[in-house]
Design a binder for this molecule. Sequence first.
Ligand SMILES: [Mg+2]
Length: 371
Amino acid sequence: MKLTEVRIHRLHMPLRFRFETSFGVETHRRLDIVEVRAGERVGYGECVAMEAPVYNEETLDGARAVLVQHLLPRLAGAELREPEDVARLLAPVHGNRMAKSALECAVWDLMAQERGLPLARLLGGTKESVEVGVSLGIEPDVDTLLSQVERHVGQGYRRIKLKVKPGWDEVPLGEVRAAFPDIALTVDANTAYRADDLGRLATWDRFRLDYIEQPFPEDELLLHAELARRMETAVCLDESVHGAADARLVAHLGAARVINVKVGRVGGLAETLRLCEVAREHGIALWCGGMLETGVGRAVNVAVASRPEFTMPGDTAGSERYWDLDLIEPPVVVTDGRIPVPAASGLGYKVVPERLRRYAVEPPWVGHLAD
Ligand SMILES: [Mg+2]
């Protein structure tokens, strides 16, 4: 298969709610959808890089430049036989994982369609539905948070994750645990704590969390290992893990027993599969995180989470939680804390071109790769 044309759509999509984490407030997402064509067939991938480099070092505009100037030229004219060929051809480009992932996912979608397989099956997924939890942002006060928890527990989500930061941690956490003694509860600090906080974090076993996610900066693996030694509660890493090699190092150091997998953060689906292998070898539990994706990225998350290594509920909530109108049909729907893995080929959901136009902020970038 040779790619004939690529389009990159720049969209602006208002979120249905204000989402606050330790690194800021989000009210909308600006994002790129990469559309690849091979003859009549069309595949889609989502670039999850944020506008500002606050989650990782990539930015949306930077990722676009890398895609156009450095990644697409490496696929132009190439004969793609296996989906893994994309990662191999892009490997000489260092870093820029979210840019690579956007393009790679679009080609995997195409190849899954060509083989008449749902993406989940092409990836080795075995489940018919995936278990999901929800990630709740920092709220203005504890009462608002408690009502959010109540609402999402009522909707059947299998795990509640609270975003925390210094100044918004033990009080809301204590109140939520007291009001909901039996729910599966976790926290995510998005790197907000420092070495000085280690002693205090080590006392959080009392909240009976399934894990504590990424308390320290991404390059502080030794600090995470120290916390892991001092707690019963599992440490989970997100920002620190850029691929299979990092996961192996994490296992070697005992820095985490759980990893939040984000396909964009690790550079795509081929690397996600390598990470799965490491997780299996070392008994690391995986779950699939989220970057406030549209249905395009959300569909990939459902497919990835259908693999057997994903033993904990992920962050892939339903489309209606985020968007008035998602880019896909049907929307992703959560029923009793589960999302069915679609049986249709490719992403398994249909991307609606009219909605790409509706949310577009400018005409798409178009590149011809072959005739
Ligand atoms: Mg996280």
